[in-house]
Design a protein around this ligand. Structure first.
Ligand code: PXL
Length: 278
C-alpha cells in the first residue's frame, strides 16, 4: 500500500506539547506522512503561560496551499486544529477546498476552549465561526465546551446524562453534516471517554479517569484519532484507540510530578500506540 499523507493545519507552540508538536510525532508514528501548514508560531501555548510570543502566519496559509496544489500533491487526510482568528477559519476553509479530492478525509478539531471557558484571545462569537468550518469536515472532534458553545448553549459541568450527550452530538451532526467524536464525556464520577455519532448510530466508550488535567490532551486525542482513521480503523474503533492512548499518556505523566502546563509524556507511549495500529 502506498504511504498515506496528511496535511496538518495548526499552530506551532514551541513549548508545551500541543498542536503541531503533538500531531507530527503521533501521526508519523502511525507511518503516515505529515505535511504541515503552520498557522502561527508561539513561544508557548496560551494556557497558563504569561508573556508568550505570537508570530501570525495568516498570510502564508493560502500561498502554501496554492504551491502544494501547483505541485499536484495529493492528501489522504486534512486535519485542522487551533486557529487564531476568524480570518484563519475562512482561509482554512478555502485551503480544504483547494487540497481535497473525493478520497480525502477531512478531520476538524474545533479547538477553542475547555472546562466551560474559551482559550485566551477568543471572542464569544468565535464558536459560531468555527461551526462553519465544521461544515467542511467529515469528522469533527469537539469537547463538551466546544460542542455547547458552537450550539450557542451554556456549558454544563459533568457528570452528564446519556440524553444530554446524545442530544448534543445529534444536534451538532445535524448542524454540520459531519460525524461527531465528542470528548470529555462522563456519565458518572471517575470516568472519562468519548461518544461517537455516525449515520444515526451512537457509540459511547468510557474508561477510568485519572484525577489530573494536563494541557494538550485534546490534541493528543485528535491526532491519535486521525492516525487511527487513516490507518484503516472505523470511527468507533479509532475513538476507542484515541481514548485509551490519551489515558495511557496521562497515567505515564503522573509517574513524574510535572507541571500540568507542560503537556503529557506521549513520547513514552508511542510504541504502544504503534503496536495497537498494527
Ligand atoms: O491545545 C490547544 C492549543 C493549541 N495551540 C495553542 C493554544 C492551545 C490551547 O490553549 O493556546 C496556541
Amino acid at each position: 500500500m502506498p504511504q498515506k499523507r496528511v496535511a496538518a493545519i495548526h499552530d506551532i507552540s514551541g513549548f508545551g506539547k500541543c498542536s503541531l508538536t503533538v500531531a507530527l510525532p503521533i501521526i508519523s508514528a502511525a507511518k503516515i506522512e505529515t505535511a504541515v501548514i503552520p498557522t502561527a508560531v508561539l513561544s508557548t501555548h496560551t494556557g497558563g503561560f504569561k508573556g508568550y510570543t505570537f508570530r501570525d502566519l495568516t498570510e502564508d496559509i493560502l500561498p502554501i496551499a496554492k504551491h502544494w496544489k501547483s505541485e499536484n500533491l495529493k492528501f489522504d487526510g486534512i486535519y485542522t486544529g487551533y486557529l487564531g482568528s476568524k480570518k484563519q477559519v475562512s482561509l482554512v476553509k478555502r485551503t480544504i477546498n483547494l487540497l481535497k479530492d473525493e478520497g480525502t478525509l477531512v478531520v476538524v478539531d474545533p479547538v477553542m476552549g475547555d472546562h466551560g471557558k474559551l482559550y485566551a484571545g477568543f471572542a464569544p462569537d468565535f464558536p459560531k465561526e468555527m461551526l462553519t468550518l465544521c461544515e467542511s469536515a467529515h469528522i469533527i472532534v469537539p469537547n463538551i465546551t466546544e460542542a455547547s458553545f458552537m450550539l450557542g448553549e451554556d456549558y454544563l459541568e459533568p457528570p452528564y446524562t446519556k440524553e444530554y450527550v446524545e442530544s448534543l452530538i445529534k444536534r451538532l451532526a445535524a448542524a454540520t453534516g459531519a460525524q461527531v467524536v465528542l470528548t470529555g464525556v462522563c456519565f458518572k464520577k471517575g470516568e472519562i471517554g468519548a461518544s461517537v455519532y455516525k449515520n444515526g448510530e451512537i457509540f459511547h466508550y468510557l474508561t477510568e479517569r485519572e484525577d489530573a488535567v494536563f494541557h494538550g490532551t485534546g490534541d493528543v486525542f485528535a491526532s491519535a484519532l486521525t492516525a487511527a482513521l487513516l490507518s484503516g480503523k472505523n470511527v468507533f474503533d479509532a475513538a476507542k484507540i484515541a481514548v485509551d492512548f490519551t489515558v495511557l499518556c496521562i497515567k505515564k505523566t503522573l509517574e513524574e510530578n510535572s507541571d500540568r502546563r507542560y503537556g503529557v509524556n506521549f513520547e513514552s507511549c508511542l510504541s504502544d500506540f504503534m503496536r495497537i495500529l498494527e
